[in-house]
Design a protein around this ligand. Structure first.
Ligand code: CP
Ligand code: NVA
Length: 331
């Protein structure tokens, strides 16, 4: 790579623990400041004035699209949303050509793709930063918002860390893109994560290796524990988390998956039976389907899902500031 090669954000694995901490802290600072004053500070608003950011999305999105477009606007730039039916990509033109063309005219590319290799290829050939807005392997912008949500529920006075060390996160459901980046983020920050999946839906070995490697980058690594028993994962957990059992692109497997995941719905009874911590909270990246979590939990007092969703905006602002305004220098 040339010294001028841009820095990309394709996964939480791309971040040192201290950088991840800073991105979450900056997201929090922007949230506090903008919500208390009701305004985006002038310096921030001018930072990408007159520029454009391409958003190539090959799949649907509510939160990622709205938060990223909002953050781009807050930085003074214009988002250019390019849905799958809008541009030539994938139908009439290769990723390679698209990457060269988009990066010659914009300041960054935010891409939502199917296979992770698509966003990795875009990044390889792009002369501007590429931000992964969800691939089949990772969802880094979501995890920064999730960590911000956790710090709000578990405030700390530490000046050197987010103070989340020793918490236990229980993921009950599918081993998917959101889990992979969450597990990487947790182990980097000293958060223990227990994962319960049905047999046959475990974390692939290659991904276990990536998570193990992420743990090695941390002075205080969290532990990853896997099981096929939801109650085992939920025992002593501070946070119960799940996501859809059928990710975008897996619709044909829907019936098979719904059957395989029977018994994995997060309910108050499950948390009680398993012995989750008294003050356990529930998180979900959304969109949510009723099979993976009961209405009682999802809309109940322990659920922080709508604060988590709002935090996508503050996280997007922090990510764009670091990778586009500050060219990958996370400070
Ligand atoms: N959580 C999330 O990424 O939602 P969208 O698919 O609506 O962007
Ligand atoms: N795992 C889900 C996340 C959506 C934000 C999917 O890939 O469809």
């Amino acid at each position: 790579t040339s010294p001028f090669a841009p820095r990309h954000l394709l996964s939480i694995a791309d971040l040192a623990p201290a950088e991840l901490t800073t991105l979450v802290r900056n997201a929090d600072a922007h949230k506090q400041s903008i919500k208390s004053t009701g305004e985006v500070p002038h310096s921030l608003r001018q930072s990408l004035a007159g520029r454009t950011v391409a958003m190539t999305f090959s799949k649907r999105s509510t939160r990622t699209r709205v938060s990223t477009e909002g953050a781009i606007a807050a930085l003074g730039a214009s988002p250019m949303f390019l849905g799958r039916d809008d541009i030539q990509l994938g139908v009439n033109e290769s990723l390679y050509d698209t990457s060269l063309v988009l990066s010659s005219m914009t300041s960054a590319i935010v891409a939502r793709v199917g296979p992770h290799s698509d966003v990795a290829d875009l990044a390889k050939h792009s002369s501007v930063p590429v931000i992964n807005a969800l691939s089949d392997l990772y969802h880094p912008m979501q995890i920064i918002a999730d960590l911000l949500t956790l710090t709000e529920s578990h405030p700390s006075t530490s000046t050197t860390s987010l103070g989340l060390e020793g918490l236990k996160v229980a993921w009950i459901g599918d081993a998917n893109n959101v889990l992979f980046d969450l597990a990487i983020g947790c182990v980097k920050l000293g958060i223990d994560i227990s994962v319960a999946t049905p047999k046959g839906y475990e974390i692939p070995q290659a991904m276990r290796d990536v998570i193990g490697h992420a743990a090695q980058t941390s002075p205080r690594a969290g532990k990853l524990v896997e099981t096929t028993v939801p109650e085992e994962a939920a025992q002593h957990a501070d946070i119960l988390v799940t996501d859809t059992w059928v990710s975008m692109g897996q619709e044909e497997e829907s019936a098979k998956r719904l059957k395989a995941f029977e018994g994995f719905q997060i309910t108050s009874e499950l948390a009680k039976r398993a012995g989750a911590k008294d003050k356990w909270e529930f998180m979900h990246c959304l969109p949510r389907h009723p099979e993976e979590v009961s209405d009682e939990v999802f809309y109940g007092p322990r659920s922080v899902v709508f604060r988590e969703a709002e935090n996508r905006l503050w996280s997007a602002l922090s990510v764009l500031e670091a990778f586009v305004v500050n060219k990958g220098k996370i400070q």
